[in-house]
Design a protein around this ligand. Sequence first.
Ligand code: NAD
Length: 491
Amino acid sequence: MHIKEMSGKKVQPIDCRHFINGEYMDFDGQSTFENINPATEEVMGKVAEGGYEEIDSAVKAARTALKGPWSNFTAAKRSQVLRRIGDLILNRKEELAALEAMDTGKPYQMALEVDITRAAYNFHFFADFLTSLGTEAYQQDDQALHYSIRRPVGVVGMINPWNLPLLLLTWKMAPCLAAGNTVVMKPAEWTPMTATVLAEIIQEAGVPDGVVNLVHGFGPNSAGAALTEHADVDAITFTGETKTGTAIMKAAAPTLKKLSYELGGKNPNIIFADSDLDEVIETTLKSSFMNQGEVCLCGSRIYVEREAYDEFLKKFVAKTRQLQVGDPFDSGTKVGAVISKEHYDRVNQYIQIAKEEGGEILVGGYRPKGVQKGYFIEPTILAGLDRDSRCVQEEIFGPVVTVLPFDSEEDVIDQANDTHYGLGTTIWTNDLRRAHRVAHRIEAGIIWVNTWYLRDLRTPFGGLKQSGIGREGGIHSFEFYSELSNITIKL
Ligand code: NAD
């Protein structure tokens, strides 16, 4: 019943094994857990449950592989392999998109156009970037010549979330491999399938055994904790919740690991009355509800200048009502299921809190009519809440947005910055000077003017405040995934 036919190819869910030193490990003697499809609530298969032992085997394989030949490949050869990984992802894009949709509950079409396409591009981009990489050199008068060389960090632990599983995993994997490191990855327990296929693709593309290892499992007291505590892991690159970041930092402290963090967000979407409202609404529908609102960059706090507030709400509510919620494999679906029962309850609890806090539900707030199975929540717009309401302050990470009016530039900057997050922001205005002025004062790592989710992979990506540590993208990724040594030659 899980079999789907995508562009003439039959796709069915896979069981997910660990991949260590170039081999998928048997399930014999292993603990396993069930993989549930959030759109149907059915069990799709089983997943190996790794812990300290499996992580230790994977780290040993990665440590041995660090000696070569991967890190000794020429940049041109590594680049060729990365390019091939991107090509192989594209060759299997329908299969990967179907597995991603089954694992996450997101619309298949979105998985195809965004997740999988971008996963391939991550490899293609870093394949090119790698070949143009240089380092610094300084001549100190006639005394000395200084230059730096770049080397891998070592064994990198990669811990990933469930919302954009392959996209975010490859965003780390591509530069990490480009820089010559070896890897132990731990995908989110909710979404193990595409990472399992990626291991096979990476091997097929010519990455030597032991360079990329995969251990499935949970976070605390499980595979995630084992990876962050392991003495032979040199760096951890983590994307996930802010409070998990705290736990990882504590666990990584005794062995002083290098850390890169992409954490939570509660991003303001600021709409000035002079902007083009139809364009604003078109993009705001996506920035609010794309991927069921389960994108760290979603603009879940909408601020509208008071004179445009009523008109905006009228149009935004009407368009939101038209969004089709349901079967991820129906081509008309715009909003799928949220990831799990636990998350479904959590998002619904916020809707309940909004009611208790005196908020008004302008649209949504319920399970779509007629839907019996699956963790579906209607796209929901909340208004009438105070700026310090929990729904305005906390990351809901579901198809729920709040809308508040503002009276001046000063007022909206103050409201937008009133949070401990600082990931993304969108500013809508046709006043050029105001756009720059406001952008310079908003506390966020990624600021868009008159757009959302537009990325150029050369640019720095990351959060301020409790939304992250470090930047990824172009040279910034290499700064994390490599170490510089300076060499001084006395002349
Ligand atoms: P999460 O923090 O619960 O889990 C992420 C990963 O960490 C999972 O693989 C999990 O097993 C692991 N983990 C959990 N506890 C751990 C521990 N103690 N030690 C080691 N590993 C542990 O996050 P999630 O619910 O999967 O993802 C949603 C969150 O991710 C949201 O807050 C979202 O904003 C954030 N996110 C941020 C970005 C970004 O680029 N800033 C991108 C996507 C998602």
